[in-house]
Design a protein around this ligand. Structure first.
Ligand code: URA
Length: 227
């Protein structure tokens, strides 16, 4: 990888800012001053900025316990992004499946694009939500949720029949709902279809990954998960 690219990724700065650091004689590669932004560096090279050795990790994985009031993207919004909670933020991070601003719980954040794609595009990876409801659920409504609900996909009111789901009753007004897809506002729309309303939505699992027992707003750094 080119040195300016390496610095830009690891220090979370632009390539121009990275070139400036090189020009200002701040960067050493294997103890030699580096003056060339196009110098190639690899994992085995020691890159130093002032007194700090910069260690580049190609892929990083975080399990965040998302609090309410945060959004899962970086678009300008009234709300802060979940990425502001990650101390070692880097620009190539993405959420492998979003949660709404008022939803809480498990968000897998990574720069491993293949894994993000696998979670978002694969209809076999289950997502389990703990759901609190405004009203009691009847057995018929549970069956309806499991069999499939007709939800609107967009403003044009394109109708979509949700794939079979699994409901585990906890109380009359709370369930675990497991689905294997992730349409926009899907859980809320499914509950609306059965004449109910979500009052709390918390994602507790994505495939094999369970929400760790950590405070809201904090995260665990993990190695590549098997989903
Ligand atoms: N379904 C929803 O309606 N909202 C979420 O945040 C996740 C799933």
């Amino acid at each position: 990888m080119r040195l300016d690219n390496f610095l830009s990724k690891i220090l979370n700065i632009s390539r121009t800012q990275a070139s400036d650091l090189i020009r200002q004689k701040e960067i050493f590669v294997n103890n030699s001053l580096s003056l060339h932004k196009d110098q190639q560096v690899s994992n085995t090279d020691e890159v130093r900025y002032r007194d700090k050795i910069l260690e580049y990790e190609e892929y990083v994985y975080y399990l965040l316990n998302k609090p309410s009031g945060y959004v899962c993207d970086t678009s300008r919004s009234l709300y802060p992004s979940v990425f502001t909670l990650i101390k070692d933020y880097r620009q190539d991070l993405a959420c492998a499946g979003r949660l709404d601003v008022d939803s809480v719980g498990l968000v897998l954040i990574t720069n491993d694009g293949a894994l993000v794609h696998q979670v978002i595009a694969n209809n076999f990876i289950t997502k389990t939500y703990y759901v609190e409801l405004a009203k009691s659920l009847t057995d018929e409504q549970v069956q309806q949720l499991e069999a499939g609900c007709e939800i609107y996909l967009d403003k044009e009111k394109t109708i979509y029949l949700t794939k079979p789901a699994k409901v585990q009753r906890l109380t009359n007004e709370s369930i675990y709902l497991t689905i294997s897809e992730g349409k926009f506002h899907q859980v809320k729309k499914m509950l609306k279809y059965v004449d109910n309303e979500v009052t709390l939505l918390k994602r507790v699992a994505i495939g094999n990954i369970k929400l760790p027992e950590i405070p809201l707003g904090t995260y665990l750094k993990i190695t590549k998960p098997t989903i």
